[in-house]
Design a protein. Structure first.
Length: 572
């Protein structure tokens, strides 16, 4: 009884191990009939428990029928260890199992004991891993970037581009060599830190040395990886030597053009939709505005208000496709309010920061304009002097001839008076002839004075008294005109022909009255001034002390045509 109990306990223990095993366990007759199977083995073939497949033939589950013969052959030779077999399960799916089988005695019969492990997922994962590795290998091998893997500082892989980048003909020339052999010694410490940096995605630019000794610029990207099961570092190199040379050339070019732009005597301005986007240094000096005040401002805002419409019209004409003038003269208003004449040269469109912009050059022409205006003024004075000289010559000739005629008339009148009784009516007529002849002689003397052929009668005169007398006389006849006087009490005396000055003053008073048909104000002022050589040079006068008479009215003024003729004799 004790032996039976021991055997029974042993049987129960093995049965428990059989049933609870996570590995499929089968007892199979030589011809293939399944005589025992645990639940794990049943589930591998698509059944719920082992009892469901007892009595079935294992051969019905083999995808490849010859796998059965191979297994029997291995078992007969001793055992079949880790034999891969594809099974078709009860639901039609295919699994891959790893089988280990051997012959055992069971109830006096030789049967096959098989352990079965489902390795379908493992096989699939291995396949995916191999496919991934193959894709990675192809990507690395065909990559346009140089890819190197190094471990412990030595190169263990290099793709074809890396081999070429390092100046080698085949990978064997660089595999196994320390990667620092290719680091320029001047940059060794920097790169040594780079290769030890475990930070993924670390990117920098460095210099490397090829096998032939040439130094190249490279962009380096580093990332830690696992290579064949061991930690390693992947380094991606990109040859940027040409790019660096191009960038350096661009920098030199930019520096050159920047120097030209900043040292230009003209203002260089870039506009986008009329807004100022760039100006060179001379523009700040010319306008007086700071960069913050001028950048982003509308170009028309620095123009004189009277000329903004010209710029706006040009802008609108361009939008409408009309032809426009490329060079325009403007007046700009500096920050301090000073007006400045400029010439704006619209030089066409350029690209600025990725957008279309207009390039213009602004040139200060104030000095040129002043010179032109001065030349024009001098030319007008010359023409006026020539015209006056011609008129004076004519007036002088007429005055001399007319004076001779008057002297003849006066002589004849004098002879007639000698032979005429003073009580006679004819005597009075002859006396009138003498008076008229004397008045005509005074007129010819004025003409001669104008023509510089006669003699003026200058004498020391108090100008203030002359102005008072003439203005009072004029004011009595023109009540609608209010006269205001501001006469310097310490005014210097002057040597003048009183009759000439009186005539000048009265003529100006009359002109002022004519310019104020509805009445108005007339302002008279005198002051002492000293004119220096620079001031009097254009007027061909002597420098020194002068008396200045200022006459102002509130009338409508003169048009340009009249202004150009005011100094012509007999015009008014």
């Amino acid at each position: 009884m004790e032996i039976e109990d021991v055997l029974k306990q042993s049987e129960n223990m093995y049965r428990m191990l059989f049933e609870s095993s996570l590995v499929g366990v089968y007892l199979i007759k030589i011809e293939g009939e399944i005589i025992a199977c645990n639940d794990a083995g049943a589930r591998s073939l698509g059944f719920n428990n082992g009892k469901d497949i007892v009595g079935m033939n294992i051969c019905d589950f083999y995808k490849k029928k010859n796998d059965r013969e191979k297994l029997i052959e291995k078992v007969n030779n001793g055992s079949a260890e880790n034999f891969e077999v594809d099974f078709i399960t009860n639901n039609g799916s295919i699994i891959t199992a790893l089988i280990s089988s051997s012959l055992v005695d069971y109830q006096g019969e030789k049967v096959i004991l098989s352990n079965c492990i489902d390795i379908t997922k493992q096989k699939k994962n291995n396949t995916l891993l191999k496919e991934s590795e193959e894709r990675y290998r192809k990507l690395v091998e065909s990559s346009p970037e140089a890819i190197v893997v190094h471990s412990m500082g030595k190169i263990i892989f290099a793709n074809p581009v890396a081999v070429k980048l390092f100046g080698a003909e085949y990978s064997g020339q660089i595999i196994g060599r320390p990667i620092n052999d290719f680091v320029n010694s001047d940059y060794y410490n920097t790169n040594n830190k780079i290769f030890k940096n475990g930070k993924s995605g670390y990117i920098t630019e460095e210099k490397f040395i090829q096998l032939n000794g040439n130094i190249i610029d490279v962009e380096v990207a580093i990332a830690p990886i696992i290579y064949i099961g061991d930690p390693a570092t992947q380094v991606v190199f990109r040859n940027i030597t040409e790019r660096k040379r191009t960038e350096e050339a661009l920098r030199r070019s930019e520096n050159k053009y920047s120097t030209l732009v900043e040292n230009s005597r003209d203002c260089i301005v870039i506009l986008q939709d009329r807004k100022i986007q760039f100006v060179n240094k001379v523009s700040y000096d010319l306008t007086g505005y700071s960069p913050e005040e001028i950048i982003g401002n509308d170009f028309v805002n620095i123009l004189h208000p009277d000329q903004r419409e010209i710029s706006l019209k040009r802008y609108n004409d361009i939008k409408d496709g009309k032809s426009v003038q490329d060079v325009i003269e403007y007046i700009i208003i500096k920050k301090d309010g000073v007006k400045l004449s400029v010439e704006v040269d619209y030089s066409g469109n350029i690209e600025f920061e990725g957008k279309t912009a207009e390039l213009i050059f602004v040139r200060d022409i104030s000095k040129r304009k002043n010179t032109e205006e001065e030349n024009e003024r001098l030319e007008m004075q010359l023409r006026q002097a020539q015209r006056m000289e011609a008129i004076g010559t004519l007036a002088g000739g007429i005055a001399h001839d007319f004076n001779n005629l008057l002297m003849g008339i006066l002589g004849c009148a004098s002879l007639l008076m000698l032979n005429t009784d003073p009580d006679s009516n004819d005597y009075e007529h002859i006396n009138g002839i003498e008076k008229y002849v004397k008045s005509a002689a005074n007129l010819t003397n004025q003409l001669l004075g104008f023509a510089r052929g006669g003699k003026y009668e200058p004498k020391v005169t108090v100008i203030n008294e002359l102005i008072k007398s003439t203005s009072e006389m004029f004011g009595r006849t023109r009540k609608e005109i209010t006269i205001y006087s501001k006469l310097n009490d310490d005014l210097w005396s002057a040597d003048v022909d009183q009759g000439q000055i009186e005539q000048v003053l009265l003529n100006i008073y009359v002109n002022a009255w004519q310019a104020m048909p509805g009445g108005g104000n007339l302002y008279l002022q005198t002051e002492n001034i000293c004119l220096d050589e620079n001031y009097i040079k254009p007027f061909q006068l002597k420098h020194g002390k002068y008396i200045k008479i200022t006459i102002t009215d509130t009338g409508i003024g003169m048009d340009k045509e009249t202004q150009q003729r005011i100094f012509e004799p007999f015009f008014t």
